[in-house]
Design a protein around this ligand. Structure first.
Ligand SMILES: [Zn+2]
Length: 216
């Protein structure tokens, strides 16, 4: 199976991709890992990617697509792409590189989660200022409010967990990535998974969808 996993930040698609890859014997190809691997291998593309990563800048669509082609699509194994495509242009690039190889995607799994729930999940993250242990106000709360269970240090909101940062990420997702949902729906490849349940339940739903696709 060749699969794409889509969804907003907070939907847990990375966790689901890792579990599904293990269960179905697929490669879990997350964009972050692919970039790091390409940079470590020191190929021409990898060096170009490293320049962007080191500068903390977004890797452009064209370069991203070339790296994904070199590191994933051109290899023979089956895979789950996690974090790619993240724009409509990347979606078209992926179609084109598959077409050149006489291949096609089997499905795009779309992890649906509304903004309210995404914000609730992403903004509650706390970190101990002394020992670095992570908590979540709702899902992994400390025993005493604002105090680390392990060392008694003070807890603060993680820098990537402020409401402003989370809202920015969601706006970026809606603007750039969400159009891929309609793109895959038109191709008859979209499989929707309700991601509002807990992770074990979402894993069961994912496995049911993939078992059906694998049997086709
Ligand atoms: Zn601590």
């Amino acid at each position: 199976m060749k699969l794409v996993f889509l969804g907003p930040p907070g939907a847990g698609k990375g966790t689901q991709a890792a579990a599904a890859a293990e269960k179905f014997g697929l490669r879990h190809a997350s964009t972050g890992d692919i970039f790091r691997q390409a940079a470590a291998e020191g190929s021409q593309l990898g060096v170009a990617v490293k320049d962007y990563l080191d500068a903390g800048r977004l890797v452009p669509d064209e370069l991203t697509s070339r790296v994904v082609e070199q590191m994933v699509v051109s290899r023979t194994e089956d895979y789950i792409l996690d974090g790619y495509p993240r724009t409509l242009q990347q979606g078209r690039d992926l179609d084109e590189m598959l077409r050149r190889r006489g291949e096609h995607l089997d499905a795009a799994l779309y992890y649906r989660l509304d903004d309210r729930e995404a914000v609730r999940r992403l903004t509650g993250r706390l970190v101990c200022t002394r020992c670095g242990v992570n908590y979540h106000r709702q899902f992994v709360p400390p025993r005493a409010d604002g105090v680390c269970d392990k060392c008694g240090g003070g807890l603060s909101v993680r820098s990537d967990s402020s409401e402003e940062v989370v809202r920015e990420r969601l706006a970026e997702y809606h603007g750039k990535t969400e159009p891929l949902v309609a793109f895959y729906e038109e191709q008859g490849l979209l499989e929707q998974v309700d991601a509002s349940a807990g992770p074990e339940e979402v894993t069961r739903r994912t496995e049911a969808v993939l078992a059906r696709i694998a049997a086709d």
